[in-house]
Design a protein around this ligand. Structure first.
Ligand SMILES: [Ca+2]
Ligand SMILES: [Ca+2]
Ligand SMILES: [Ca+2]
Length: 484
């Protein structure tokens, strides 16, 4: 299960005393799954949840989706859930928000408040299931609500910055000409998700544990496309790199059988026995190409983020600051995995001490020792504020630094053709995403890089920095997250 420290504690503690309880790991856990007819019941818990009506006036949620495995074929498939709210139930303090395509639900606080969510019973109604027998697995991804509203783009000083303009409902409904948006952008049509409308963003970059759970639901051929070493490789082989590189500890636990039986993967950053507390489960997953990222997002029924949405998530309703990072100031304190202050390496409570404003995983002098991305939410502690935890305006983490966010660009017509089509939970036979208007996983034309990373200069981590170079490769600095 995903275990991360929370960053939002200090922001929220100004809003609700309840938030000041502790700084324990988020501990998103889904347990006790049982199925009766078309109903699937489980308990969910996570830490430091919020629902606030003062700035940033938003809430967190968990995107929950269900996969089922045919007990005969052993193949996993996506389960549809009812689109009718009354078909689902949640015990207090939670509610279930269905979605129109039935690919999952959002589970969130039903009333204003904050603090940990203790194990709470949820029952969801599944639809369209044929005769079994099946196994079921419930997946959860922490998300942050990004409210509808105006926001500014373009800080005027960062590389390829957009013009300094305000995005409004009119921008979204009529589109933007290339001369109005600037930055060498193509014209942006009204069908492109600009960030004005409300959406959800993943709180964190995709973690190694999340990628393991993804791999373990794929076929052999799909796994082969989504990893560096073939799934038939011997037990202990690292999945994403030639060996234990860039702090990526995903290994083959049980080898696959050529083209038939998929491999089983696990986290084992501290090599020897998998799934120990120091095995890097919550370290961001390095080494994903856009093809890997888009496959994960299609599988999870999310979608790629656009580079305009990136600026919305970071800056929120605040006025632009020249050269600002995701936390809204120009403070920057480069920190890396070999920095002496990094403690509890590879554990769920990996963090940096002492807390410092602008702490961010970007280039630190010369590279030495074991280096790679840090734990998602690494700088958040019980006493950290926005600038010391690195939180973007609405509470999304590591939008500056750690791993590069691969976003849909407005730099070319392939990117601007993107219309926000959601993933449907299903990949091609070889494990690629296949959703209409998504940039091609083969070429990555239409994808750009945002937010910088643990290797490159801090200037790339600025909110308004734009890097529109096309790159379909699998690099140690590449990661990402999805929205819906
Ligand atoms: Ca281990
Ligand atoms: Ca990042
Ligand atoms: Ca698909």
């Amino acid at each position: 299960m995903m275990k991360t420290k929370n960053y939002f504690l200090k922001i929220a503690s100004a809003l609700f005393l309840l938030f000041a309880i502790n700084s324990k790991a988020n501990n998103l856990e889904i347990t006790g799954t049982s199925v009766s007819g078309n109903n699937i019941t489980f308990t969910i818990s996570w830490d430091n949840s919020w629902n606030a009506n003062v700035a940033p006036a938003n809430w967190d949620a968990v995107w929950v989706f269900v996969k089922y495995q045919d007990c005969n074929t052993r193949l996993w498939a996506h389960t549809n859930l009812s689109t009718v709210a009354g078909d689902h139930s949640a015990a207090s303090p939670l509610q279930v928000d269905p979605v129109a395509d039935g690919k999952g639900v959002f589970i969130r606080r039903s009333a204003l408040g904050g603090g940990n969510i203790a194990a709470t019973s949820i029952t969801l109604k599944m639809t369209g299931l044929g005769a079994g027998p099946y196994n079921f697995k419930v997946f959860g991804i922490e998300m942050v609500n990004i409210p509808q509203g105006n926001f500014e783009i373009g800080d005027g000083v960062s590389a390829s910055s957009y013009n300094s303009i305000l995005i409004t409902s009119t921008s979204q409904s009529t589109g933007l000409t290339s001369s109005i948006i600037g930055g060498g952008s193509a014209a942006v049509p009204s069908t492109f998700p600009m960030g004005y409308n409300a959406f959800y963003s993943m709180k964190y970059e995709i973690s190694q544990q999340q990628y393991v759970e993804f791999l373990n639901s794929l076929t052999y051929d799909q796994q082969k496309s989504r990893t560096f070493n073939d799934p038939i490789s011997e037990a202990g082989t690292y999945a994403m790199f030639t060996g234990f590189n860039y702090r990526n500890g995903i290994r083959i636990l049980t080898p696959g059988n050529n083209a038939a039986i998929p491999a089983v993967y696990a986290c084992d950053a501290t090599a020897g026995e998998e799934n120990n507390s120091d095995d890097g489960q919550a370290i961001a997953n390095s080494g994903m190409s856009y093809a890997d990222l888009s496959a994960y997002l299609d599988w999870a029924a999310l979608r790629p983020m656009t580079e305009m949405e990136f600026e919305k998530i970071c800056r929120g309703t605040q006025p632009r600051v020249a050269g600002e990072y995701a936390w809204g100031t120009t403070d920057i304190a480069p920190i890396n995995s070999f920095s002496p202050g990094l403690i509890n390496s590879f554990q769920a409570n990996e963090t940096y001490t002492p807390a410092i404003n602008g702490a961010c995983a970007v280039a630190v002098g010369s590279i030495s020792g074991v280096y790679g991305p840090l734990k998602v939410g690494v700088f958040a502690t019980g006493t950290s504020g926005r600038a010391s935890s690195g939180a973007a305006y609405y509470g999304v983490m590591e939008m500056s630094g750690n791993l590069v966010e691969r976003c849909v660009t407005t730099a070319n017509a392939t990117g601007t053709a993107f219309n926000g089509t959601l993933g449907d939970g299903t990949l091609t036979a070889n494990g690629d995403s296949n959703q209409a208007t998504w940039p091609s996983p083969t070429t990555a034309v239409g994808i750009c890089s945002k937010g910088g990373d643990y290797v490159n200069s801090a200037t790339q981590a600025r909110i308004s920095n734009r890097n529109t170079a096309v790159d379909a490769a699998r690099y140690p600095i590449y990661g990402g997250r999805g929205v819906r």
